[in-house]
Design a binder for this molecule. Structure first.
Ligand code: SDX
Length: 431
C-alpha cells in the first residue's frame, strides 16, 4: 500500500477526525476507516459494498470507466490473444509471466493432478441424474476436504501450494464428470498427453464406443473462454472465498462456497440465464418488447448478460468473446445462428436506447459466452460450471494472497440495526 501524506477530514457529532488516505498504483484513493469506530464510535454504511475496498491486492485491476481489465498489469485482450490459460494461471498465482522451463514444470504439475480419488465417484451416484451440475460441483468440491487431508493446513505454504494445484487441475474433471453423470454416459478419465482445454473437451464429449479427436478450433476457443473468466478483482464469489477463508476454513470448503455464490443469475449464472433469454426472445422482431420490459421498474425482467457493478463501458471480455463467437461459429460452419443474430441485434438496439446509455449498461462477459458454449455442444446447465472451472484460479490466487497477508483477520462486518430495543419476555397467556 503506497501511503501518502493525504488525509480525509470527517466531522461527526461535533468532533473532527483526520483519516489516513492511501493511494493505489491504479484506481481511486481509499480512506482508511479501520480506526473510525474505535475513535468516533460510528460505523460506515455501504450495503453491496459499492464504495468499499475490502482488501488490498496486486492481482487484477479493472478500470470500469475505460472498460479495461489487467491481470498483473497485462491487458486481458493481449492475454486472450497471445497467451493460454495455464500460462495465465501461472501469472495470476505467481505474479510474473513464466520462463519456458517454469511454464513446462507448472503444466506438468497441473497435468499430473487432474485425476480424482477413485472413491469420489460415489458422491456423483448419490445425486439424481437431473441434478444441476452446479449442485454437484458444490458438493464434490466441498468433499475434497474429506480426501486431500495432506493439503488442508493453510499455515503450511507447501500445503497451500499443493491445494492450489489440485483445485486448478481437478476442476475440469469434476465439471466433466458432472456433465457425464447428467447425460448418463460413463466417466472419462483425463489424459496426460492432452493440454488443459483439450482434456476437458475429451472428458465431456468422448464415449468409449469410438475414438475422439479434439477439434483444435474448439480447444483454442475453450482455452480462451477459460482465460476470459479467470479472475475479476473482489467480485461476489471471490469475496465469498476471502470471507470464508478468513475464518481459517480449509481451501476446498472455501472454493465450494465460491462456487455456490457464483451460481446466482446476477453473477456467474447469468451466462445460462442469458442464453435462455435469447431463446425466449426467439426473433429480432420481438426485441423491442423485451427492451421495454427491461426498462419497466414494475417488471423484474432484466437483460441478462447486460450491466455490471464496475464496468460503465464495454466489458473488454465481452468484446473478445463476441469476436470469438463469430470465429467459432464461422469455422464450425454455423452461419445463421438465430441466437447470435438476436444477441447482436439486441446489443445494437439496447445501446441505442437512452435508458441503457444513461445507466451505462453494456454487454458483460456473460452476453456472448453462452452462444459459443452452445455451439460447442454444451447444454445451458454446463455454462456456469465452466465459469466456475475457469474462475478457480482467480479464487485460489486471491485466497493465497489473503492467507499470506500478515494483516489477515477474520472478516466480521457490522450493521445498521433497525430492530426492537430491549423488551421483556411475555408469557403466552399474557400476549
Ligand atoms: C458477472 O462483479 C463482477 O466482476 C462479476 C463478473 C465477474 O467476472 O466476476 O463480472 C461476472 O457477474 C457479470 C454480471 C452478470 N449478471 C448479469 O448479466 C445479470 C444482469 N445484470 C444486472 O443484474 C446488474 O447489471 C448487475 C447485477 C450485474 C449489476 O448490478 P448493480 O451494480 O447492483 O447495478 P444496479 O442493479 O444498481 O443497476 C443500476 C441501474 C438500476 O436502475 P435504477 O434502480 O438506477 O433505476 O441499472 C438497472 C437497474 O435496474 N440495470 C438494468 C440491468 N442492470 C442494471 N436494467 C435492465 N437490465 C439490466 N441487465
Amino acid at each position: 500500500m503506497t501511503d501518502s501524506n493525504k488525509t480525509a477530514t470527517l466531522t461527526v457529532h461535533g468532533e473532527t477526525y483526520e483519516l489516513p488516505v492511501h493511494s493505489p498504483t491504479a484506481g481511486p484513493d481509499v480512506i482508511d476507516i479501520r480506526k473510525l469506530y474505535g475513535d468516533a464510535g460510528v460505523f460506515t454504511y455501504d450495503p453491496g459494498f459499492t464504495s468499499t475496498a475490502s482488501c488490498d491486492s496486486t492481482i487484477t485491476y479493472i478500470d470500469g470507466e475505460k472498460g479495461e481489465l489487467l491481470h498483473r498489469g497485462y491487458p486481458i485482450d493481449q492475454l486472450a490473444g497471445k497467451s493460454h490459460f495455464l500460462e495465465v494461471c501461472y501469472l495470476l498465482l505467481y505474479g510474473e509471466l513464466p520462463q519456458a522451463k517454469d511454464l513446462e514444470q507448472f503444466e506438468t504439475t497441473i497435468t499430473r493432478h487432474t485425476m480424482l480419488h477413485e472413491q469420489m465417484q460415489y458422491f456423483y451416484r448419490g445425486f439424481r441424474r437431473d441434478a444441476h451440475p452446479m449442485a454437484i460441483m458444490v458438493g464434490v468440491v466441498g468433499a475434497m476436504s474429506a480426501f486431500y487431508h495432506d493439503s488442508t493446513d493453510i499455515s503450511d505454504p507447501h500445503q497451500r501450494e499443493v491445494a492450489s494445484h489440485r483445485l486448478i487441475a481437478k476442476m475440469p474433471t469434476i465439471a466433466a464428470w458432472a456433465f457425464k453423470y447428467h447425460t448418463g454416459q460413463p466417466f472419462v478419465y483425463p489424459r496426460n498427453d492432452l493440454d488443459y482445454a483439450s482434456n476437458f473437451l475429451r472428458m465431456c464429449f468422448s464415449v468409449p464406443a469410438e475414438e475422439y479427436e479434439v477439434n483444435p478450433i474448439l480447444s483454442r476457443a475453450m482455452d480462451r473462454i477459460f482465460t476470459l473468466h479467470a479472475d475479476h478483482e473482489q467480485n461476489a464469489s471471490t469475496s465469498t472465498v476471502r470471507l470464508a477463508s478468513s475464518s481459517g476454513a480449509n481451501p476446498f470448503a472455501c472454493i465450494a462456497a465460491g462456487i455456490a455464490c457464483l451460481w446466482g443469475p446476477a453473477h456467474g449464472g447469468a451466462n445460462q440465464a442469458c442464453l435462455e433469454m435469447l431463446e425466449e426472445i426467439g426473433s429480432v422482431d420481438r426485441i423491442p418488447e423485451f427492451i421495454e420490459r427491461a426498462k419497466d421498474k414494475n417488471d423484474p425482467f432484466r437483460l441478462m448478460g447486460f450491466g455490471h457493478r464496475v464496468y460503465k463501458n464495454f466489458d473488454p471480455r465481452a468484446k473478445v468473446m463476441k469476436q470469438s463467437a463469430d470465429e467459432v461459429l464461422d469455422l464450425l460452419g454455423i452461419e445463421d445462428n438465430p441466437k447470435l443474430q438476436v444477441a447482436k441485434a439486441l446489443e445494437k438496439q439496447a445501446l441505442e436506447d437512452p435508458y441503457f446509455a444513461e445507466k451505462k449498461l453494456f454487454p458483460n462477459v456473460d452476453f456472448y459466452s453462452g452462444i459459443i458454449l452452445e455451439a460447442m455442444g454444451f447444454p445451458t446447465s454446463m455454462f456456469t460450471p465452466i465459469f466456475a472451472l475457469s474462475r478457480t484460479v482467480g479464487w485460489v490466487s486471491q485466497w493465497k494472497e489473503m492467507i499470506a497477508d500478515p494483516q489477515n483477520k477474520i472478516g466480521r462486518p457490522r450493521q445498521l440495526y433497525l430492530g426492537e430495543t430491549t423488551r421483556d419476555y411475555v408469557d403466552i397467556e399474557n400476549r
